[in-house]
Design a binder for this molecule. Sequence first.
Ligand SMILES: C[S@@+](CC[C@H](N)C(=O)[O-])C[C@H]1O[C@@H](n2cnc3c(N)ncnc32)[C@H](O)[C@@H]1O
Length: 308
Amino acid sequence: MRPGAGTAPGATVAEQLGAATARLEAAGIVSARTDAELLAAHAAGTDRGGLQRLVLMRGDWPAGAGERFAALVAERADRVPLQHLTGRAPFRGLDLAVGPGVFLPRPETELLAGLAVDELRAVAAAGGSPVAVDLCTGSAAVPLALVDEVPGARLAAVELDPHAHAWAARNVERLGDGRVELLLADVARAGELLPHLLGGCAVVTANPPYIPDDAVPVDPEVAEHDPALALYGGPDGLRVLRVCVAVAAGLLAPGGLLVLEHAEPQCAGVADVLARSGGWTDVEHHDDLTGRPRATSARRAPAATVGD
Ligand SMILES: C[S@@+](CC[C@H](N)C(=O)[O-])C[C@H]1O[C@@H](n2cnc3c(N)ncnc32)[C@H](O)[C@@H]1O
């Protein structure tokens, strides 16, 4: 047994949780207690509520759970992402299946999804068709949230990486109800592959890879475990985003909404991409829950003004 793994013979679940929390803190993990509880619940085959009951009633681990917990804590202390260990990632109301090979959905992307939900609901309420395309879909977090939250919404989702696409397909199979069409393709081909949607979409969303190639993330969970294709977006980080803007221009109906996620310092760069593309109005930057601008929306101008 590795010292500090939290599996000392005779230790209670509470004591093991305390030891695991200390070990994860020492490994530099900010959310050490939460991670320890989620790993313990996963090892015990329960949720956090079930774990709390076990702790309060001074119960024992189910058979083998203590050993599983110790092994998971050791991996997490090596900075393997929590979601790779539990196999699950929460996203808005959903519980997505994730693992090595797919970008882990982030809380800030819930903001992008929320903007798209509001728009699609408004379109549906006004008697329009809540049809949308999600570019660079990863685990399919965004399109699945949209069909989950907007009755009648129909989505197409595009992903280039076959490993990520396989996770998306799993999630669409588990959580979709036939309203998400998933494509394995480069976003540059989205218009050609979705001719029936050209000029007819109410919303296009994209969370493309946007980290500049020379800016390697500090956290090992990101640098070593998120796929490079999901992270890096060329010298200025905006290479794929430029393609998404060009493709969205063809997919959106006049007045349709484009929502893009990006890094905080990229607001001016994204506004510049939209200005150079032409035919966009109402460009707005949106803050995440920590007050940082992490998404930009723009409306497709009415046909008469595009190219003026
Ligand atoms: C930052 S991740 C976002 C994933 C997902 N939308 C989310 O928010 O969790 C970017 C995704 O874009 C995919 N990607 C990168 N370049 C692409 C391209 N040219 N065409 C389609 N997908 C691409 C990556 O494989 C990755 O899954």
